[in-house]
Design a protein around this ligand. Structure first.
Ligand code: GRF
Length: 213
């Protein structure tokens, strides 16, 4: 497989810790991939600054004055110009349009801080805490036309502890996110994910379970 077939496009709007965890997985040789670009819809995103400081091809694409599909056409154009093989949403606070999903069908991943299908949408950790679940976690899934609804690639469970606050629970989930996202990206880049309806079948799943290293 050529290197360009392993080129990632990272889309973010905020702090960028998942982007940075992916960067570190690549640097440490745990993930065979190349970050081809980082795109943000927020000029002030800390993740965008991180990407610029690390000399990535980092773009701010302002959504102002663009309708949703026109914006996504720009994003898709930038991704195509850079031969991006896989798109990773990493705290990207926009719902992408069906056009974007079609252009990169089963080549867009998202990470979400709950065990989907529980608690989709914003404030997933708070919703889990308020609901009183004993176990929550995080999910990496393929993006489809819905919100946090696409086929699930991997999940990690996190226990809710007595005395947990949204902050403490979010921090423990985030630690798992940072492991899980690189694992899922590896599966996708290696062509090991077969989507059958809602199920994602992963060839030889035990072999590259980064959480067990
Ligand atoms: C993470 O909790 C992720 O699950 C959600 O948005 C947050 C992004 O955090 N989709 P960061 O910007 O990667 O630190």
């Amino acid at each position: 497989m050529t290197k360009s077939a392993r080129r990632l496009g990272i889309l973010l709007s905020g702090r960028g810790s998942n982007f940075w965890a992916i960067h570190e997985s690549v640097q440490q040789g745990m993930l065979d991939a190349e970050i081809g670009c980082v795109i943000s819809d927020k000029e002030s995103a800390a993740g965008l600054a991180l990407a610029r400081n690390a000399d990535y091809d980092a773009l701010y694409l302002s959504p102002q004055g663009w309708d949703r599909e026109a914006y996504d056409r720009r994003v898709v154009g930038e991704l195509r110009n850079r031969n991006i093989a896989l798109v990773c949403l990493a705290g990207f606070m926009r719902i992408i349009t069906p056009y974007f999903v079609r252009e990169f069908r089963h080549r867009i991943l998202n990470i979400h801080p709950s065990l989907l299908p529980s608690f989709p949408g914003l404030d997933a950790q708070k919703k889990a805490l308020d609901y009183g679940v004993k176990v929550t976690g995080c999910t990496v899934h393929f993006v489809d036309e819905g919100v946090d609804s696409g086929p699930i690639i991997v999940q990690a469970a996190v226990a809710v502890l007595m005395g947990d606050t949204v902050e403490s629970l979010s921090a423990r989930i985030l630690q798992q996110e940072h492991i899980l996202y690189s694992q899922a990206i590896g599966y996708a880049l290696d062509g090991r994910c077969r989507v059958e309806g809602r199920r994602v079948l992963i060839a030889n799943e035990a072999e590259t379970d980064l959480s067990k290293t």
